[in-house]
Design a protein around this ligand. Structure first.
Ligand code: SAM
Length: 303
């Protein structure tokens, strides 16, 4: 039969784009269309009982709505007008956790197609500077369309290899926040996971991990950077905890931030400051997030 196991389904997450609308306006709009709003999620299991036109507010992210997995908004006015962004909950965590202040200077190192960039711009209220890089020209052009639709204006897009961006350039001298979401195996994406039955070739993982580590080390080279969020949609320790550990070993001036204490799925021991996400435990795609912060300057203990 076609019956799906409960707890094995990812609901449809919808991020409200605060650059274009408000949470209340979207909820009202949907109610007028016959959707039934059921308040804030209290328990994970609430998500398994969504059906038809019922929806909830997410427990952790205030601008995130949750619908039954069968809901499709791709042809909906709110989507076409950029009022809502169709984005998995796990992929909303990096910008939410980086939380750059309004007016700050921020880098999105591997940005296309730009869902996290538009989320960052919303958090920054379109004020400050958002430098977004991507190596892939085609993905970047999709990205400019999406950013235009989302009303993002504080960005500067560049078709550039992040590893070749000069951290000492005066352009980036005020950058304090970096979001790094580099290419990964994608092993956390549930649709991929079902199709790719073959385990990842070890050489490929090694090459990805080396690239990811290189990017993370590069991010820490920006002279004013205070916080770097590193994320992947991979479930492999090699691309996640191992990259972060290796980077910290080379950069004793940085440490991990303990993220969302009430989030139960943690990074693999000993990196429990980091978050993991999965269908079973968080009703999302498989995901990993770490936040590195610059240690405060040590004084000599005399003052
Ligand atoms: N952050 C994006 C979002 O939320 O929409 C998704 C980013 S995707 C996981 C990784 C991106 O990194 C791809 O678009 C890829 O083209 C880009 N990329 C790969 N190598 C890069 C490099 N050396 N410099 C900049 N971007 C790179």
């Amino acid at each position: 039969g076609s019956q799906q196991t409960q707890g094995n389904i990812i609901p449809r997450y919808v991020r409200v784009n605060s650059l274009k609308t408000t949470l209340d306006d979207v909820i009202d709009y949907l109610k007028r269309e016959g959707f039934s709003y059921q308040g804030t999620t209290m328990r994970l299991e609430d998500l398994d009982h969504l059906s038809g036109k019922t929806f909830l507010c997410d427990l952790h992210l205030k601008d995130l709505l949750v619908f039954s997995s069968k809901t499709d908004f791709h042809n909906h006015f709110l989507y076409k007008a950029g009022h809502i962004i169709l984005q998995d909950k796990a992929s909303c965590l990096p910008a939410f956790l980086l939380n750059p202040p309004v007016g700050s200077h921020v880098i999105d190192a591997c940005a296309a197609p730009g869902n996290k960039t538009s989320h960052l711009a919303a958090i920054m209220k379109n004020k400050g500077k958002l430098f977004a890089f991507d190596l892939d020209a085609k993905r970047l052009s999709t990205m400019s369309t999406l950013l235009l639709r989302a009303g993002v204006t504080c960005h500067q897009l560049a078709n550039q290899d992040f590893l070749k961006v000069d951290p000492l350039s005066s352009e980036y001298k005020e950058v304090k926040y970096i979001l790094l979401d580099p290419s990964c195996s994608g092993s956390g994406m549930v649709c991929l996971r079902d199709e790719v039955s073959e385990p990842q070739k070890d050489g490929r993982l090694q090459a990805l991990a080396a690239f990811q580590l290189h990017c993370l080390k590069h991010a820490l080279q920006f002279p004013q950077v205070q916080r770097v969020v590193y994320s992947t949609c991979s479930v492999h320790t090699q691309e996640n905890e191992e990259v972060v550990s290796a980077c910290l070993q080379h950069n004793p001036g940085f440490r991990l931030v303990h993220l969302l204490p009430n989030w139960h799925e943690r990074g693999h021991d000993p990196l429990t400051q980091c978050l993991r996400a999965s269908t079973a435990k968080t009703r999302t795609h498989g995901f990993f997030v770490a936040m590195l912060e610059r240690r405060p300057l040590q004084t000599d203990g005399q003052n």
